[in-house]
Design a protein around this ligand. Sequence first.
Ligand SMILES: Nc1ncnc2c1ncn2[C@@H]1O[C@H](COP(=O)(O)OP(=O)(O)OP(=O)(O)O)[C@@H](O)[C@H]1O
Ligand SMILES: [Mg+2]
Length: 445
Amino acid sequence: MSNGKILAIDDERNIRRLIRNEFSFEGFEVITAASGEDGLRTFEREGFDAVLLDIKLPKMGGIQTLRSIKEAAPDAEVIIITGYGDVQSAVEAMKMGARDYITKPFKLDELLALVRQIIRERRAVGKDRTETGAALPADPGGAIRCPSPAMESVYRLMDRIAPTDHTVLIQGETGVGKDVLALQIHAASRRNDGPFVTLDCGLLTHNLAESELYGHRKGAFSGAAEAKTGLVEKSDKGTLFLDEIGNIDLELQKKFLRFLETQRFRRIGETREIAVDARIILATNMNLERAVKQGTMRMDLFYRMDVMQIQVPPLRDRIQDIEILARHFLNAAAPRYGAKTLSKEAMAQLTTYPWPGNIRELKSVINKAMIFADGDAIEPDDLPSHVAVRRNPSPRGPKTLEEMEKAHILSVLEETGGNQTRASEALGINRKTLYKKLHKYKLFS
Ligand SMILES: Nc1ncnc2c1ncn2[C@@H]1O[C@H](COP(=O)(O)OP(=O)(O)OP(=O)(O)O)[C@@H](O)[C@H]1O
Ligand SMILES: [Mg+2]
């Protein structure tokens, strides 16, 4: 297995050659492109663990290329290469979701370390390119054990469940760490030297999902030019992790139920049944009980999946974890930006913010603050304004949930310049709900 697959987009031939030589030498698979157009096409065709992107490209510029890449794959990891003194466009790129930037002339070691870190993180959550079918080392590297009572009971349950072969359903809001937990379960199971195979069901249309899962015979359908081994088969003796299970359609659910019951399946276009020995972990951020009520989820499958449930609590219900996670992300970013601490005030802000995006959001807030903080300590001013809600010194101690909600809505509105559509998107609620809340809190006038 290669150390990872990277795409380098740069119009300078020497830079491309340099990156190709160095990264190949270090065991990476490298593909280069000389223009944004070319790079984008390659990116869409193959998928990469990380993209190194020169910001100054002729015709389709670096920023535009970044935008298109992010549109094609929002979780793409893009490292921007900028000219000396062009920090402005680097900052712009970071705002658009670039992972990081590096200034020319750069040290190859630094770039290598950065790419390695990104790939380690993607592996830790099963998101690296090798996810489709490759055996991953069972190493939830980078994840820490959270000390809150709520997570303590999650870990206790996990320790009991992991060594068994029970199907596990992990539920929880987006960004709470479901992927991380799935890998931890695998690592703590007797299958930990077997493969850990991930399928993100949310990404697939029905036909694709079926052939991804079960594989197919050559010529089984138009487009099936080659025979394909499905993920179910690849997970034999290991763990099959089906992410975003709430998104698979009823038809496929039925087939999947059969597989759960019999541990046997058929490749598309074949009659022979194949037996596999795989442990199934499912995850969803949907409320499955509601989906069952609405008829989008079959009852029997739901109860099947119900066998062992782990509910991962949202970060706002485990504020004891915020500080240790924040410090963890701070340390992880330190080699790159220099060691920084969090001021008491900044920490206080972090513990009162409700974290709708949970741990993922905390991590991104810390990373951004590391970049923007000038001093040795991160101050409230270095935090995004919606996190650093201006709080009136309140003599009666902690705010009520309503007060926090009101302040949060206000600051998001401030940030979107009063645009309610964008504010409701940012808040993760629909416009009507936002309207009602504005009314309730008398935020018109
Ligand atoms: N215990 C932990 N220690 C360190 N980092 C963590 C921990 N738990 C989660 N993270 C980080 O938080 C981010 C979100 O985690 P993860 O992808 O597992 O969440 P999720 O619940 O699967 O989200 P989604 O519902 O969007 O798929 C990742 O970057 C992950 O590395
Ligand atoms: Mg996930």
